[in-house]
Structures are given as structure tokens and as C-alpha cells.
Design a protein around this ligand. Structure first.
Ligand code: ZN
Length: 257
């Protein structure tokens, strides 16, 4: 809700400051891109859910559960200090580097399907990244505090920079600080891409080497993980587009001053 109010305030401020409608065209372009990205994002996440539900119906031939697969993959990589635990939710699976836990949703934890094998192995891929000090994961972890502060503050600072919360005409330096704060989340979403693809590659390589999946099962596991990765691609593109939009506003105001 706050996000929508922010967008409306942004457009109103642009229209108020610029009576010339031609000025609005590049900004409208952004809203077209944002709308298209939103639709693509919905299609991709629906497709991901459908794929996971489809492959959750196909039992794994070796009969291992997600939990058993995760524990085996960790052991095979010489990792003994990471716990595999069950957490509530659908597709809520994640690896937590702070307390070294692989958190699997109940369906994955107990499931003995292609979906549960793919997800369990993917999350262990993150545990392996952590144990081997994979540089992109380390960079991503270092960004977390900046992203937390940046995301909550950037919208307000940008509005202040535009002059919506006082400061008269607005202030270019404040606007620039707001854009810099926002840029942390863009960098984060871009750095997430190699981290996610690498975790899936590790998972698929291990599933293949150990014959936990048959060649036919492997193909389906790979397909499911591809759709999961695409959701991160869409998020990264949207974030880059938003950052470029803010930069466009900044440059335009500077040339107007
Ligand atoms: Zn992941």
C-alpha cells in the first residue's frame, strides 16, 4: 500500500512540476515497462507453482524424502554442522547462513517427489556455497544490512528530494542520496542471479552423479529449477528498470534547474 501511494505521489509531483506533456513520455515509458514486467512476473510465478505442483505428483524412483536427500547431499560435501529442519509455508524453502539451517517447507521435507528432491538439493547448494566461501554469496550477505536500510528509507528520501515533503522545489543532493539508497536493492537483486543459478547447478550435478534422480527425473528437476531462477531474473530486470527511471528523473531535474 505504501508502495502504491509512493508511485502516485511521484507521478503527481512530476505532473505538477512540468506542465509540458511531452516531458512525461519517457516516464510513461517506464510505467509501460513496469506494467509488462509485473505481468511477466505473475506469469512466471504461476508457471513455477504449476511446475512444482505437477512434479510433486511424480514420486522419485529411489523413494528418498527431501529431508533424506538434503542430509545425504550435505554429508557427501563433508558438511556436518548444518541442520535440515522443516518450516511452514509453500515454496518457503531457504538456507539460513546465520544459524546454518536448511529450511524446507513441509511438502518438501516429507515429500518423496521430483519437486522435493530438486528443492532440497537446491537449498543444500546454498549450504555448499557457504561452506566453500563462494564469493558471490559472500558479497550478497555483505549487502543485506545496506539493503534493509536502503529499501525502507529510499522512498521517503526520494520524495523529500523531489520536494514533496517540504524543501520547497526539492533538493538534488537528497534525491541522489535516495537513489543511492535504492541502488543497494538493485545490486542485491543482480548479485542474487549468479548465486541462484550456481546453487541449482550444484544441486543438479550432485543429483546426477549420485543417481538420486534417473535421467528422466533429472530433466524434470532441471525444468522446475529453471522456472524458480526465472522469478529472480524478472525481479532483477524490474529493479534495474526502476533504478534507471529514478536516474532519468534526477537528470531531467538537473537540466531544468
Ligand atoms: Zn536459492
Amino acid at each position: 500500500m505504501a508502495h502504491i501511494l509512493f508511485k502516485v505521489a511521484l507521478v503527481l509531483s512530476l505532473m505538477h512540476k512540468n506542465k509540458n506533456l511531452y516531458f512525461m513520455i519517457p516516464y510513461m515509458g517506464y510505467y509501460v515497462i513496469a506494467g509488462v514486467m509485473f505481468l511477466i512476473g505473475m506469469l512466471v510465478s504461476n508457471r513455477l507453482k504449476a511446475k512444482f505442483q505437477e512434479y510433486a505428483q511424480i514420486p522419485l524412483q529411489n523413494g528418498l524424502s527431501g529431508r533424506e536427500i538434503a542430509e545425504k547431499m550435505l554429508r557427501d560435501h563433508g558438511i556436518y554442522d548444518v541442520q535440515v529442519i522443516s518450516s511452514p509455508g509453500f515454496l518457503s524453502d531457504h538456507y539460513n547462513p546465520d544459524n546454518k539451517t536448511v529450511n524446507l517447507s513441509e511438502d518438501v521435507f516429507q515429500g518423496r517427489s521430483i519437486s522435493s528432491a530438486a528443492v532440497a538439493a537446491h537449498e543444500c547448494g546454498h549450504a555448499v556455497q557457504h561452506a566453500t566461501q563462494y564469493n558471490m554469496l559472500q558479497l550478497r550477505s555483505k549487502l543485506v544490512p545496506a539493503v534493509k536500510i536502503g529499501t525502507s528509507l529510499s522512498q521517503w528520501v526520494i520524495l523529500a528530494g523531489l520536494g514533496i515533503m517540504g524543501f520547497g522545489h526539492g533538493n538534488q543532493t537528497i534525491l541522489l542520496i535516495g537513489i543511492l539508497l535504492f541502488s543497494f536493492s538493485t545490486i542485491f537483486s543482480v548479485v542474487t542471479l549468479p548465486v541462484e543459478y550456481d546453487a541449482s547447478n550444484r544441486a543438479l550435478a550432485w543429483l546426477n552423479q549420485t543417481n538420486v534422480t534417473t535421467p528422466q527425473e533429472h530433466e524434470k528437476a532441471s525444468d522446475a529449477l529453471k522456472w524458480a531462477a526465472r522469478t529472480y531474473v524478472v525481479a532483477a530486470i524490474s529493479s534495474v528498470a526502476t533504478l534507471l527511471y529514478y536516474i532519468l528523473i534526477f537528470l531531467n531535474r538537473r537540466s531544468n534547474d
